[in-house]
Design a protein around this ligand. Sequence first.
Ligand code: XMP
Length: 598
Amino acid sequence: MDKIAVLDFGGQYAHLIANRIRRLGVFAEILIPQNLVDVENELKDYCGVILSGGPQSVFEKNSPKIDSAIFEIGKPILGICYGLQFLVHALGGKVRKGKGGEYGKAELKISGKSKLLTAVPKKSTAWMSHGDEVVDLPEGFIKTASTESCEFAAVENSAKEIFGLQFHPEVLHTDAGEMILKNFLKITKAKKSWDLNKFLKSEISKIKKQVGKRKVFLLVSGGVDSTVAFALLEKALGKKNVFGLMVDTGLMRQGEADEVSKSLRKAGFDNLKIINERKHFLAALANITDPEEKRRVIGRVFLKVQRKALKRLRFNPREWLLGQGTIYPDTIESAGTSNSAKIKTHHNRVEEIEAMIEKGLIVEPLAGLYKDEVREVGKKLKLSKKLIERHPFPGPGLGVRIICGASNKPKTTNKIETEIKRKWKLTGKVLPIQSVGVQGDSRSFAHPVAIYTASRDFEKLEEISTWLVNKFPEINRVVLCLNSAKAPRIFQSSFAKMTNSRVELLQTADAIVNKILVAQKLYLKVWQFPVVLAPVFEKEGESIILRPVNSAEAMTANFARLPKTFFSAVVAKLKKLPEIENIFLDITNKPPATIEWE
Ligand code: XMP
């Protein structure tokens, strides 16, 4: 089968590139550059090579490298972001250490004739996420496109078929991204021969081979991933050999445990047991405030609970493997690929699980797929629309949507707030809490800014949010206050913990938001809708942050633009909860923020 090699320099996007290529019908595989010793020989079966982005700078001593012989093997090569900088640096051009970096959308202008850019409009939007930049080209290369702040946005040596892009063609925010990847595939002459039916067939035989005569014990959350994993394992191994356990962690949505178990039984999954472990999870989280620690604790309690259940059910560990509905982004963003920076530890990637993976004790039939592909596989396995179309819900559940602890505002708060006033003529308040983000492929843990305006011009709001996050490293999110256009004088936070009453408060708020979303027929218009509880207030109480996003694969996301009537209905209902003082809307894209706050 014709295939493309994607060399993983550690970017959040390396697997995304491979996924895009596969979706264009050509098989793509990820290779780790440091593992290649004889590039000519090891790449001989590939029609073309893509060098991915990565979190490092070519100037760092230990930045990932590949033998320069790669540029002499006569295969078409496309370097993206770090991949471009690497090839320019290796071939004698010049890369300069970036000052502030560039993150977000930019206007791409074509400036030269290029096979790679065939049929790309003269002007279009491209997605940038980089620190360093190219300032001088190697011999034989020409510039083919620029943006306002990046002269060498696209370059090439057409004689040698070596191409480079500073922007990311693999993310959907780049208008012509798919066109450019298609053009590259044409240049490589690779034949289209990959699809999900083939994946299903090969995965089923892989599962059979790995599991052998043993059985699989799967943790089911009711989310799309674990349900599809359940169905796929059943198809491969037969009903008798797959056993599902649903743990009610107490961190699920209101009424979720009941609803999920009902709909799973209706779909024919009768080999399913539900256990209630609310107390256990809440007790373990009682004094935990750090997001990473929370994730580790939740992951560990999951394992403990599951071991206890196995014991109680008298399962012989030699006869059972543990199944998980892990999908691609879960493995990548937990630094699942050797070069990626750690953004978040997913509950199914804690140390103990990693150790079990090493020993071959874990089955993860979907670990190579993205959410949209998982949904397609679900359809092929004849699961109901209702199950397949559910919004994704993270394993640690509301645990990562309840902000705990408190943090001081940064020292530069006054400067930031004054700059916002000067530049945008509106009030911005830095909030005394922090959340997780992802910038230039690395994790950030920084403050949100709340802005106050009656305007609902989302294009403008997006501009403000991109500007703020690019300008101030202390800021990684921007939220818009929905219940008031006038800012309070002060903002305080309390040292809040993970308590039962806070979980219940968030469950109530989340149920209100979801009900309105469904009633206004907007459920399928957003990809995911986290509702977050944060201990910030002017006088007393807490704040709710709405985080509706649109995304195709969770690696990148846009905040969703919902109608005014939705927000006014939500604010009216949430304001009736006595504990809630403020309601914010998160208006940050991913990157620089992540979808979940923790
Ligand atoms: P972030 O917040 O990293 O989320 O932008 C990307 C997607 O992953 C989901 N997510 C998780 N899913 N276990 C999961 O099963 C986890 O620990 C976890 N953390 C985040 C998140 O809801 C979003 O869809």
